[in-house]
Design a protein around this ligand. Structure first.
Ligand SMILES: C[S@@+](CC[C@H](N)C(=O)[O-])C[C@H]1O[C@@H](n2cnc3c(N)ncnc32)[C@H](O)[C@@H]1O
Length: 284
């Protein structure tokens, strides 16, 4: 059973670091909202009009609009792979990942977790980070890394060689579907599940499926807390990235994981940015 006060104390340092970074980075977010509107209206916007934090989004927006003019979005365009690689190197993306894994590790320690589950593991950035953190803290909680894409999992499985003291397994899981026995058999409860930027590509209904295996979830995604949408939201709709509205997620969270910490709510309250980027929720 998680005592919220205990947890808040354990997470206070990492939370303060994250919030300070976000307050500083997002304070001028409305400039990006206005600039993205002008871009959508076909007006010229130069990069230096956009706050640095949003430069990757600006590049994305340019490509999306450019491809739209040329008849549709093409995932094979070499600019896309370059942008993904650049985005993964930004200070924010690194801090976001480090925060998600550290919060999940602390939770695993607090509830004496028997399994850690990662969903949408992708290039394994979080997987590696988690294995590093477990080793540094002399912890060994079996980690099951999952993704809907089998090829990705083959690369992730190779991480085991770098961490012989840890137990890493991989399993195919499209979180839009209920977990199959093959996955369930690898999980012992209590279990902590974490993710970054994967629910956006799945559906919020996937929370029902996560609830079948996890006792605690750590969700790193852009949850639109206010429902207020800007040009950058609708632009990215064109490549299948739909805004994840907190109001849609909340009923499912409350049904399965009624206890919640909106980790960076203070950023929303201070600078008005509509998004929350990290949610911790647990069953009891
Ligand atoms: C933007 S990447 C994020 C990768 C990784 N979590 C990270 O933060 O570096 C999104 C990942 O979600 C996976 N994904 C997309 N839809 C999914 C689904 N329905 N179920 C599970 N994984 C999914 C993709 O295969 C991809 O690896």
């Amino acid at each position: 059973m998680i005592q919220e006060k205990d947890l808040a104390e354990k997470l206070s340092e990492i939370q303060e670091r994250y919030i300070n970074f976000m307050l500083d980075s997002l304070k001028d977010w409305r400039q990006w909202a206005d600039a993205s509107q002008r871009m959508a209206d076909g007006k010229p916007v130069s990069k230096d009009e956009v706050p640095e934090f949003f430069h990757t989004e600006y590049e994305w927006a340019k490509i999306v609009l450019d491809m739209e003019d040329q008849g549709g979005f093409n995932w094979q365009d070499p600019r896309i792979a370059k942008l993904f690689a650049a985005a993964a190197q930004t200070p924010f993306y690194k801090l976001w990942g480090e925060t998600i894994t550290e919060v999940s590790r602390v939770l695993a320690q607090q509830i004496n977790a028997k399994t850690l589950i990662e969903i949408g593991a992708g290039r394994g950035n979080l997987t590696r980070d988690m294995l590093v953190k477990l080793s540094r803290n002399n912890m060994s909680v079996p980690l099951v890394a999952t993704d809907a894409n089998e090829t990705i999992l083959e690369n992730i499985a190779e991480l085991q060689d770098d961490f012989p003291e840890q137990s890493l397994r991989t399993c195919l899981w499209d979180v839009n579907r209920p977990p199959e026995d093959l996955l369930k058999n690898q999980i012992k409860n209590p279990a902590v599940l974490y993710e970054r930027a994967s629910i956006t590509y799945a559906t919020y209904g996937s929370l029902e499926n996560m609830a079948q295996v996890a006792d605690v979830i750590v969700l790193g995604d852009y949850f639109n807390y206010t429902g207020e949408l800007f040009a950058y939201d609708t632009m990215f709709d064109k490549i299948g990235v739909k805004p994840l509205l907190y109001k849609d997620v909340e009923p499912l969270l409350l049904k399965h994981f009624p206890n919640q910490i909106l980790f960076d709510q203070q950023v929303h309250e201070s600078v008005g940015v509509p998004n929350i980027s990290l949610i911790i929720a647990w069953k009891r």
